[in-house]
Ligand binder design. Structure first.
Ligand code: GDP
Ligand code: MN
Length: 397
């Protein structure tokens, strides 16, 4: 589950990570009040107004702007709230901005230069360890840095059994070219960032930029955080941070009825039981010349009600040109699934306008095929995997 910048920063601060302070605002009036409050707390008269949407590259799209007085705060907030923000990470239509973060300006001039770094903590699945990635090339597109100057990206692997060791934090601060106060600040920053990542059950904490201020403080100016969905049951506080407005509407609906659904770009809808079989089915669709429109695992209980819910969800995607149902009858008997499909189809009347191919394999598969074939409905059945693939190919042709 992805979070907004302001939520990510809230978590960081709760673990003692220094952050660029800010207050979230839903409209221009609130933005002005927020700016006043920040001025009272921090003394700064300048503020940055930052669009809160689940996408990076906001600065490039005009979603991050500096305001030098309260009048500009109001103007910029008015401009950004309600806009359709288009960034390199959104679709071409962009994302609607519902709220902004009014933050203290932290790029003030002073004794030394400011510098921007990149830092993220992620899981390295290949080694089974956590990994801190960092670079002196902060503030810009890290994918671009990875492409053109990969030697400027460092990684530090952390064994989850020992946690981050003191020398590792010092090595990172050293590699970033820091000394004195900034060096000490960075070792503290790294340690508390790592703690935040582990103790919030996150998949990712990406801070770009990490800023060294002109008075040698190290702080998070941006925060991209993703919490592990499977841990949300024990992280109620973070689960409550979910912003449904930022999520795919069909996926939200699927989650409400307990279906494991991921929306994809293709044209063949899939209804499968078991994540592994779902992956194999998506491969099969690709091999048949189609593209999967979704990933959908209906789980172990593929009864009529569930099949109907799955049909409804799949059909919400206007790109779906055919549906492939691939169910293995292990715990659930194929004939019962077949009956479920037939009942669901009849219940839904004429809302199903695309061809449906059903492959049922396992207990009572032959009986299931008979039920489908004798139903009089426009449903084609297959017993073998290849047969199903050929039928998908034929309806797409
Ligand atoms: P992103 O574009 O979505 O990654 O949003 P960021 O939060 O990273 O902000 C984009 C850029 O805005 C940063 O790289 C900074 O250069 C700039 N920025 C952020 N905060 C401040 C600030 O307090 N003052 C000034 N002058 N610039 C800022
Ligand atoms: Mn950023």
């Amino acid at each position: 589950m992805n979070l907004h910048e302001y939520q990510g920063k809230e978590i960081l601060a709760s673990f003692g990570v220094r952050i660029q302070r800010g207050i979230v605002a839903q409209n221009a009036k609130e933005a002005v009040e927020a700016a006043k409050q920040l001025t009272a707390e921090t003394g700064t008269g300048w503020h940055v107004i930052k669009a809160q949407v689940h996408a990076g590259g906001r600065g490039k799209g005009g979603g991050v702007k500096l305001a030098k007085n309260l009048k500009e705060v109001e103007e910029i907030a008015n401009q950004i709230i309600g806009m359709n923000l288009i960034t390199p990470q959104t679709s071409a239509e962009g994302k609607k901005v519902h709220q902004v973060l009014v933050a203290e300006d932290v790029y003030y001039p002073g004794e030394s230069e400011t510098s921007e770094f990149y830092m993220s903590v992620v899981l390295n699945r290949a080694t089974g360890k956590n990994m801190i990635m960092y670079s002196t090339e902060g503030g810009m597109d890290i994918e671009e840095v990875a492409e053109s100057t990969p030697h400027l990206i460092f990684t530090e692997e952390i064994d989850p059994a020992t946690g981050l060791l003191g020398f590792q934090a010092r090595k990172i601060a050293f590699n970033l070219g820091l000394s004195g106060t900034a060096f000490k600040e960075m070792t503290k920053f790294v340690a508390s960032l790592y703690k935040a990542y582990v103790e919030s059950d996150s998949n990712m904490f990406e801070i770009n930029p990490v800023l060294k201020t002109s008075d040698d403080l190290i702080m998070a100016v941006d925060a991209k955080v993703s919490i592990d969905d499977n841990a949300l049951y024990r992280r109620k506080k973070y689960a409550d941070m979910r912003d449904l407005r930022e999520e795919n509407a069909i996926e939200v609906e699927a989650r409400e009825v307990g279906l494991n659904y991921v929306d994809l770009d293709g044209n063949v809808g899939c209804m499968v039981n078991g994540a592994g079989l779902a992956m194999a089915t998506m491969d099969l669709i690709k091999m048949a010349g189609g593209e999967p429109a979704n990933f959908l695992d209906v789980g172990g209980t593929a009864d009529a009600k569930r099949v109907e819910e799955a049909f409804r969800i799949i059909l919400k995607d206007p790109n779906v040109k055919a549906i492939l149902i691939n169910i293995f009858g292990g715990i659930v008997r194929c004939d019962r699934v077949a009956q479920g499909i037939v009942d669901a189809y009849k219940n839904m009347g004429d809302s199903i306008k695309v061809p449906i191919i059903v492959r049922l394999q396992g207990t009572n598969a032959e009986l299931a095929k008979e039920i489908i074939d004798n139903s009089g409905l426009a449903v084609q059945s297959a017993v073998q995997f290849q047969e199903a693939a050929d039928k998908v190919k034929a309806v797409l042709a």
